[in-house]
Each structure stands twice: as C-alpha cells, then as structure tokens.
Design a binder for this molecule. Structure first.
Ligand code: IVH
Length: 681
C-alpha cells in the first residue's frame, strides 16, 4: 500500500514539473509570439490543475511557478521597458457559475458588485503625470512593461486626451493618475487585416487578441493607425481620486471623456449578477469587439483594500469566462480545396448552424491525419465549435453516429482543379498538387500575391479583378500583367476608361518597386518578406541569384537548406525563366539600386561568419563591434563552439573562452587586424 501511494505521489510531483514547463511555453507563445497553440480553455484547465497540485504538495511551492506570476509580453529591446508604479496583475477565473456563487457567498453581506464585460484584448496602463499623458505600458511581466505610447496615440479617443483638466469640484488634476484598460482590434478590422495577410501569403492571426497584440508591438505607428485599434478603460489608480467606490471612479473617467464601456452595472444580489452574465452571454455577439467573459469587482474601495491580493490577482475581483459555443450538426460531404500553394485541404460541408453570431456551413478538416483521428465520415453527427479561433472546427462526433455513405475515408489522389496526381511531401501532413505552372487556383494565388501591398502594391488590381481577367484568358502568369492594354480592362463589366487608367498607372508605378520586394513578389516557396530582403542584400540582381550555390545561399541568415533548394529549383523551371525574361523586358527592377549594391558588398565581407567577442577594446566599445559585425553581414555569438569562425579578442580575454578556443582550434583576431580586414574589403 505504502509503495502505491508514493508512486502516485511521485507521478503527481512529475506532473507539477511537466505542467509548469507546458504553461511557461504556452505563455511565451501567447504573449511573445502572438501565436497561441493551446486554447484558452485548455490553458485555464492546466493552470487550475497545477494550482490544485501545488496546494496538495506545499513543499513543492516555487516563486517561479506560472501560478505565481503573470505571463510576460516583454519583447526584446524594441521599446523602452519601464517599471509599473503598481504591479499589473491578472484575474482569478472560472467557467463555472457555481464557483461564482461560492465566491460571492464569501464576501461581506450587503456588498455591491460591479459587473463589467471582460474584453479580450491586451491590457494597457496609461500614465498621466500632472495631467499629461506620459506613458502607455503593456502588462509586460506584471512588474515592468514596454512603453508603446507612440502606437497608443494612433487611437483617436486617447489621442484627443493627451492632457486633462480638473473637472467638477476638483481643484487640480491628480499629480499621478493611472488608467488601465484593454486595447482591442474590432472584428471588422481584424477580418480585413487577415484578408490582406492571406492575399500576401502571410500567416493569419488566430483571433483579434493576437492581432491587437502583434499590432501594438509594431515599430511603424502608421501601420498601427491603418489597422485601427480601439480601447476601453476599466480601472483607475492614483492620488486624490474619489475614495469611495470603483463605480464612482469610472464615472469620473467617463466625464473626462475617456472611453468607458456602457455595459457596467452595480449589482446587489446573486440574481442580479447572474442576470448580467446571462444577458451578455448572448448579447455579446452583437458587439464590435471580442469579449470572453464577465468581470466581477467589489465596488467599495475600503472593502477592496481589506480583501487584498494574492501573488497574482486581487481577491476583490473574479472573472467568469464564457464557454466556447458548440453545436451539433450533420456532416453532409467532405470536399477538397486547393490553396494558392497547391496544398489540398479537406473541408467539411455541414448542415448550416448558428454559432457565435454567424452561420456556419463549412469547417476545415486540416489534413488526412486529422480526419482519420476524428474518425468521421459523411452522414455523421458532429460537434462544431467556434472558440478563440476564427475558423470553426469539428471537435468530435456523437458516439453512436452511423456512417451512411461509406465507412472508410479516402483522400483524393488527383487534384480536383487540374487532375494532376497529388504528392505527399515526406514529413508533411499535407497532400499537394505539384502542377504550379497551370493549376488555376495556384496561378491565381501567384497573381494575387504578386500585386499585393507588401509585394508590387498594384493599386486597383485586387483578387476579384484578377479572377475576372484570369477567367477571360487575359492573365496566365505575373508577366502578363505588364502586357495588359487599356481596352482589355475598360471593356470588362463594371469597368470603364477611368478605372482602367488607374490600374495601368498602378502597373506602371510597380516598375519602380525595389529589387528586394520584387524578389518577394515572385512567390518562391518559403521566401517571405524578410527572407527576400536578406537574400536581395547578398545577391543584388536576379542574374547573380540565378547562379548562387547552396553554400552561398545557406550562408545567409535565416536561409536554411529547404529555402535554398526552393530558390535553386525556381531557376531550373523553364516557365519561370520565361517569366523573368518578360518582366525584365517590361522594366521591372531585377537589380538593386546602386546604394543598395554598396551595402550588399559590405554584407558579403563577413557573410557566413560567426564571431565571438571577448575581452575589452581600445578603439570601439563591444556594442560598436557587435553592430559592425552585423553591418558587414556576420553573426555575433555569445559562446565559443565548433561553429565559431574566429574570436575578436581584446585585453583580458576570459580564461574559459581562451581554453575552449584553443581546444577547438579557433583562431583569435585582435581589433586592429579586424578593422583592417573590414576596411580593406
Ligand atoms: S480589471 C486588478 N476589468 O483581463 C484588476 N480586467 O485576466 C485588473 N480585462 O489583465 C483587471 N476586461 O487585461 C479588468 N473589465 C475588465 C477587463 C479586464 C478585460 C483583462 C485585463 C486583465 C485580464 C485578466
């Protein structure tokens, strides 16, 4: 018996460590990468389980456990990192109404509860010092955040309140005032952004929260403005504020003109709280922004104070989270869709159901393995869910469901669009149509990518126009764009001389688009915007790139073997060479501008070299040497390994590094030789 117990104990201890690792990684993907892999629900469940286990094994407590700190969104050194005046905590949460009742029952009797919507964006803290907006900090790790003020100023409701004056009975504005709230990307803007990203073959944002978070961390405020963030504020802190209730403070902010939601209610009973929850559980579907629950806050500030805080969240507040909506429906038919890159995706065609405010008829089935795992077939009754992710998904089937059409799922063998035999790339889950030269959706996809904003940015030539011109046989490949005549367009339905001229002007202007973007526009598989830039910096014309070797290509930062091979394969295809000839004849920039070419020459000096800096220097600081290495195309690494090309060695080089370098036979170079090498090249 004893043995058995300690076995279970050991298992649970291991589980604690495992859960901590999983939750830390999930936090990083959510807050830093803006690309979550766990659903909120799964994350919350793991977190609750970890909390439970840590309670059962208090000797395993750890200050670094994810139960003890909030996830961090601090993102390198792009923004100034500033310590919060008051820590930014998170909220305890539950999906269970009984737990809400339980929480309420432990509060002092007669307590007032303010119910608010839980907006699903990212939190922001605005600082007003002597009435002037001075900072806008992200939550960061709760203790310090990134100052993203210049991006916040693209939100008009805040931009118009950069200074505030005393109001009402107030003699002067507080010396320090902090307003907290949520930054959001409204559904409509989110959907527009994802449409643009799809056309540009950029990864889509899973939901508006990730899109808002990615947007707030951009370095270009104009792009932030274009995307259209908004905010709601829900919490005030600072000197000389009303001392009685939270609600009163919200009212003060509202009087100042700050964006405060109208969906706020002071409740005095469990029933009133439940009414609020039930009302908004359905009504929230009509809101322009995403919400994921209700926040309950003790209204009286004195009572808040005596309830206090845990390490991670206030005891005076709790969140009720809405369950993801799911519906049962019938899977009518599995069809197959060919994407721009030739990937064939199975699609579930469903009997229409209403889900989170929209009618759902189709759901992606991702790939062959996914369908097999679900073990579904046509005629089954399936559960569809629309949670944080935007694309509805099938989460399972009713166990006693009958397959009425066939009992074994067959993935198609030939492309439904062009009939070519499909191939399955080793190591990938996807089947792909290899006919990139004439398969219609792939051709249209290439055209759409070519004209998209981040590529050739041809105004007026959107997906629909491309579709039309493609169907008319006027466009087959990207070079055909430069052969379009005014009449080709003007005679189409819905077009006239004016719109045709506008498109032709856009095409003409695209001949000035620089070489790096042209390279991106060509649509070589896996060569995204940044990779194209890096390749174009090293190879300053299409002609030099055409003869690049695998070694030369993989020496470029971020270019691995796969990408290098895709680039080389591109030039082995006759059809592509023909396109390049016609683009060149049209006057498209297939060569870098002279100043870019000089930079490129610089970049080749240390291309492919990994350099470790050690010791102290006389002529430049370590940081300056770091910058130089990058400027000349090298890579700076922190520790010596067999991959190190040489060590830039100053005075008092660390003995450990010296020993390691000697044992690996890695050469040392002093700063004079290093500088000579750069200038002579
Ligand atoms: S109050 C100390 N009110 O939810 C209390 N938070 O999971 C601080 N949130 O970090 C939060 N709507 O980003 C509060 N009406 C609301 C909210 C709200 C959304 C977010 C906030 C917070 C997170 C906690």
């Amino acid at each position: 018996m004893m043995d058995l117990f300690s076995d279970i104990e050991q298992q649970e201890r291991d589980e604690i460590l495992q859960l901590r690792r999983e939750l830390e990684e999930a936090n990083r993907l959510y807050y830093v990468e803006n690309a979550p892999t766990l659903s909120d629900r799964d994350f919350d469940e793991k977190m609750h389980r970890l909390q439970e286990l840590e309670k059962a094994y208090p000797e395993m407590a750890s200050k670094t456990s994810p139960t003890q700190h909030v996830g961090s969104d601090l993102g390198g050194s792009k923004f100034e990192t500033v310590a919060h005046r008051y820590p930014m905590l998170s909220l305890g949460n539950t999906y269970n109404k009984a737990e809400i009742e339980d929480w309420l029952s432990h509060l002092p009797s007669g307590v007032e509860i303010v119910c608010e919507l839980k907006y699903d964006g990212l939190s922001i803290s605005l600082w007003y010092e002597h009435g002037h907006l001075t900072r806008a900090l992200t939550r960061g790790d709760g203790v310090q955040g990134d100052d993203v003020l210049r991006n916040i100023l693209t939100i008009s409701s805040i931009a118009s309140l950069q200074t505030i004056a005393p109001i009402g009975m107030m003699r002067q504005v507080p010396d320090f005032l902090e307003l907290r709230g949520e930054v959001l990307l409204p559904w409509a803007n989110f959907e527009r952004l994802n449409r643009e990203r799809e056309a540009a073959e950029e990864p889509l944002f899973a939901n508006p929260r990730n899109a808002a978070s990615g947007t707030l961390k951009l370095l270009d405020p104009e792009e932030v403005r274009r995307r259209g963030l908004i905010t709601y504020l829900y919490y005030l802190l600072g000197d000389n504020l009303p001392e009685t209730t939270h609600y009163e403070r919200l009212q003060l902010a509202r009087d100042w003109g700050f964006p405060i939601s109208d969906a706020v209610r002071v409740c005095r009973s469990v029933d009133e709280v439940m009414d609020f929850i039930n009302f908004w559980d359905t009504e929230r579907r009509n809101l322009p922004v995403a919400t994921d629950g209700i926040v309950l806050k003790v209204n009286n500030l004195q009572q808040q104070k005596s309830l206090g805080y845990t390490a991670k969240s206030p005891r005076w507040a709790i969140a009720y989270k809405f369950p993801a909506e799911k519906q049962l429906t019938t899977l009518r038919k599995i069809t197959f869709q060919v994407g721009r890159t030739g990937v064939v995706t199975p699609v579930a065609n469903l009997d229409p159901v209403q889900l989170s405010g929209t009618m759902v008829q189709r759901a992606t089935l991702h790939n062959e393995d996914f369908v097999r795992q679900l073990n579904i077939c046509e005629g089954d009754h399936v559960w569809v869910e629309k949670g944080g992710e935007i694309i509805p998904k099938i989460i399972g089937k009713v166990d006693d469901a009958q397959c009425t059409i066939h009992d074994d799922f067959h993935f198609i063998e030939t492309c439904p669009e062009c009939g070519t035999k499909l191939v399955r790339v080793e190591g990938e889950a996807a089947w792909r149509c290899p006919n990139s030269a004439t398969c219609p959706p792939q051709l249209k996809g290439k055209l759409e990518h070519f004209v998209s904003r981040k590529a050739m940015n041809i105004d007026g030539l959107g997906a629909e126009t491309i579709d039309l011109l493609f169907e008319q046989g006027l466009l087959h490949d990207i070079a055909d764009i430069y052969a379009l005549q005014k009449d080709d367009i003007a005679t189409q339905e819905g077009f006239g001389d004016k719109s045709a001229e506008k498109i032709l002007a856009g095409i003409e202007a695209s001949k000035q688009v620089p070489w790096a973007r042209v390279l991106f526009a060509l649509g070589i598989r896996m060569v995204g915007e940044t990779t194209a830039k890096k390749i174009a910096r090293r190879f300053t014309s299409i002609d030099s790139l055409q003869w690049a070797t695998l070694e030369e290509l993989t020496a470029i930062e971020d270019v691995g073997e796969q990408i290098a091979q895709n680039v080389m394969a591109y030039f082995l295809d006759e059809h592509n060479l023909d396109i390049l000839l016609r683009l060149r004849a049209a006057g498209v920039q297939l060569i870098a501008a002279p100043e870019d070419a000089i930079n490129a020459e610089q970049q080749s000096v240390l291309a492919g070299k990994t350099i470790v800096i050690s010791g102290t220097f006389a002529k430049h600081s370590r940081d300056e040497y770091k910058d130089m290495i990058e400027q000349y195309g090298g890579r700076n690494a922190g520790s010596v390994s067999s991959k190190t090309s040489f060590i830039l060695a100053g005075e008092n080089m660390g003995p450990e590094k010296r020993k390691k370098a000697e044992s690996l036979g890695i050469p040392l170079m002093n700063e004079d030789d290093f500088l000579t090498m750069l200038t002579e090249n």
